[in-house]
Design a protein around this ligand. Structure first.
Ligand SMILES: Cc1cc2nc3c(=O)[nH]c(=O)nc-3n(C[C@H](O)[C@H](O)[C@H](O)COP(=O)(O)OP(=O)(O)OC[C@H]3O[C@@H](n4cnc5c(N)ncnc54)[C@H](O)[C@@H]3O)c2cc1C
Ligand code: SF4
Length: 579
């Protein structure tokens, strides 16, 4: 029987007072911490009589080490970093400056380069980085500035207090450690802390679990477009030298996707942290609004690598890392309110990502900086109410985040009707400052999944990316082989952190209607339908939670919306070294 992680009854949680707690130590959270530290330092020089302390500013990060759960392309637009740490280029781990871009359209066997690189994909001035190394470096800066980062601690619940007419966020409970598979205390049990904070900043990345709690509790998306997502599946390769230069950037559209799906690939020439000059970062982002529940995003990447254009680049090379992560595509109209009583939301958790450019790192950093200014104001005024923290919204609206996201506010909505309509809409956007309508509505992507009985049994034009990829062990890999290269490790003796509200829906309905798409969309083989003569359709759902790479795809794409991802015991998860 599946036992799910849930709060243990009658547990005393030690309290820990905090001024500001930042949940999530990715680019957004680290930038927020660093900017707050700078503002406190400046204040203390100006007002030695009324100094502010940094001792009670904390970052909680669920990974064992900062950066381990961070996965990105990654090209860094340096705009916000230049503001945060002028001159950062001289010491940050930047693998290569972009010196060459190309955008290609792939047919099944051919490739055609676009005569010009569309402006959103012009990357001169940007850097190829490993987000893992970059975040580790930022974490060093945060700690050197005197701010404590608690690694291996996940925020598992938000704490609320009744206050006047409504609830306010008063802190974060961290994960209980030492809970066994039956959801019982083990001998090494340690209760989580109640970090009671004046200001809670949610910086959990895409589909944050506390952010989801907050959004649901206060119905924050009620006047917004629903957030839409993609999932990026990435491999790092070491290839024979001379194939691609560090700093060379390739984007592709088309194959293996048909015109019905949204997505595309990146190939970046990079170098490792040693003397190597022959590292290729490649990946495929598949929009989580596809129709066929049999589609498998990990298989999409395998099919992409078999295209002659890509296979030639990788021939004789070796895959060295694997990972997957979701990213929010919705843009401006899918941003929730950004601040309220005791809380703010930054980075991918809010949805600060420019999907036309496949870039969010610089926006995550900038949103973190603006949230830090707001948190600082709250500390100085001793007022962390919505009146102060709500000003974060205005700060964003008057910053270059708005200038960048506003013209592409209807970009992703255009692709809801397929690739061709989307390209046409993109041109209209360029010509008419965001298109012909101020706000184009959108739908949650999982609503597009069609019952598989209505789809061609042989898969039709999508056949080459449906179901599990087999892999030849050289160029292509099955999921478990790929997963081995993600370095994923969890404490095995713990309850499942994928909470399925009602498993009878999986066994009785989903299997028949959608063919259990969780087996396909999960890039880590967590979900399996096992033979079981006693089950109504001869199969029952089973989980391998220890495989989970924390991409959040299941929480997003399940057709009945009955899966909730919650953090497993802190410290577990992938190890995206060098990714
Ligand atoms: C496949 C892919 C390719 C991309 N390519 C690019 C690119 O080339 N250029 C670009 O600019 N952007 C790119 N992006 C987007 C970019 O990576 C994100 O916008 C950026 O990383 C967002 O930063 P963040 O700090 O908001 O979130 P994240 O980077 O996701 O960091 C969130 C952190 O919070 C931690 N966390 C989450 N929940 C909890 C919790 N409850 N408790 C404690 N810790 C928690 C996580 O472990 C993680 O360390 C890409 C994204 C993907 C998925
Ligand atoms: S279980 Fe969910 S979050 Fe974990 S790897 Fe699979 S799809 Fe991603």
């Amino acid at each position: 029987m599946l036992i799910f992680r849930k709060p243990l009854p009658n547990i005393e949680h030690p309290e820990m007072p905090a001024d500001v707690v930042i949940v999530g130590g990715g680019p957004a959270g680290m930038a927020c911490a660093l900017r707050l530290s700078q503002l406190i330092d400046e204040h203390n020089v100006r007002h030695p009589e009324a100094p502010l302390s940094k001792e009670n500013v904390y970052v909680l990060e669920k990974a064992r080490e900062a950066g381990q759960h961070c996965l990105s392309g990654a090209l860094l637009d340096p705009r916000s970093m230049k503001e945060l740490l002028p001159g950062f280029e001289s010491e940050a781990p930047l693998d290569a400056a972009v010196h060459k871009e190309g955008v290609y359209f792939l047919t099944r066997t051919g490739h055609y380069q676009l005569p010009i690189t569309p402006p959103p994909l012009q990357d001169h001035g940007n850097y190829v980085i490993s987000i893992n190394r970059f975040v580790k470096w930022l974490a060093g800066k945060v700690e050197a500035a005197g701010i404590t980062i608690f690694t291996g601690f996940a925020g598992s619940e938000l704490l609320f207090d009744r206050h006047g007419d409504g609830d306010r966020v008063t802190g974060v409970r961290t994960d209980d450690k030492g809970v066994d598979k039956q959801n019982q205390q083990k001998s090494n049990f340690e209760p989580g802390y109640d970090v009671k904070a004046k200001v809670v900043v949610l910086a959990e990345g895409s589909r944050g679990s506390l952010t989801k709690q907050l959004i649901q509790k206060f119905d924050l998306m009620k006047d917004r477009n629903p957030q839409t997502y993609g999932v990026g599946v990435k491999e790092l390769w070491e290839v024979p030298s001379g194939r691609i230069q560090p700093g060379e950037v390739i984007y592709t559209m088309g194959y293996p996707l048909s015109t019905k799906e949204y997505g595309g690939a990146w190939i970046y020439g990079s170098k490792g942290d040693g003397p190597k000059e022959n590292i290729v970062s490649l990946g495929f982002v598949t929009g989580l609004d596809y129709h066929d529940p049999r589609l498998d995003p990990q298989h999409v990447l395998q099919a992409f690598k078999q295209h002659p254009f890509v296979a030639k680049l990788l021939a004789g090379g070796k895959m060295i890392r694997y990972g997957a992560k979701s990213l929010p595509y919705g843009g401006w109209w899918s941003l929730p309110p950004l601040g309220g009583d005791g809380w703010m939301i930054i980075g991918d958790s809010a949805g600060f990502l420019n999907s036309a450019r496949l870039k969010g790192i610089h926006l995550a950093i900038k949103s973190g900086m603006l949230a830090a200014e707001t948190a600082f104001e709250a500390l100085v005024k001793s007022d962390a109410s919505a009146a102060t923290l709500g000003k974060f919204q205005r700060r964003v609206e008057t910053s270059w985040i708005h200038d960048e996201l506003w013209p592409v506010r209807n970009f992703h909505q255009g692709f809801e009707k397929g690739m061709v309509a989307g390209m046409f809409n993109t041109v209209l956007q360029e010509l008419f400052d965001g298109g012909l309508r101020n706000r184009v509505p959108s739908h949650a992507g999982h609503e597009n999944l069609q019952p598989f009985a209505s789809l061609p049994a042989d898969g039709g034009p999508e056949a080459h990316m449906l179901g599990p990829a087999k892999g030849d062990g050289k160029l292509t890999f099955d999921k478990l082989t790929d997963l081995y290269h993600s370095g994923t490790r969890h404490e095995e003796d713990q309850p499942a952190h994928l909470l399925i509200q009602d498993t009878t829906i999986c066994n009785d309905r989903c299997l028949k209607e959608f063919g259990s798409p969780c087996q396909n969309f999960c890039p880590a083989n967590v979900y399996e339908m096992l033979d079981d003569a006693a089950a109504p359709n001869g199969k029952r759902i089973s989980l391998n939670p220890a495989n989970c790479v924390h991409c959040k795809t299941c929480d997003i794409q399940d057709p009945y919306q009955i899966i909730t991802w919650v953090p497993p015991e802190g410290g577990g998860g992938p190890n995206y070294d060098g990714m």
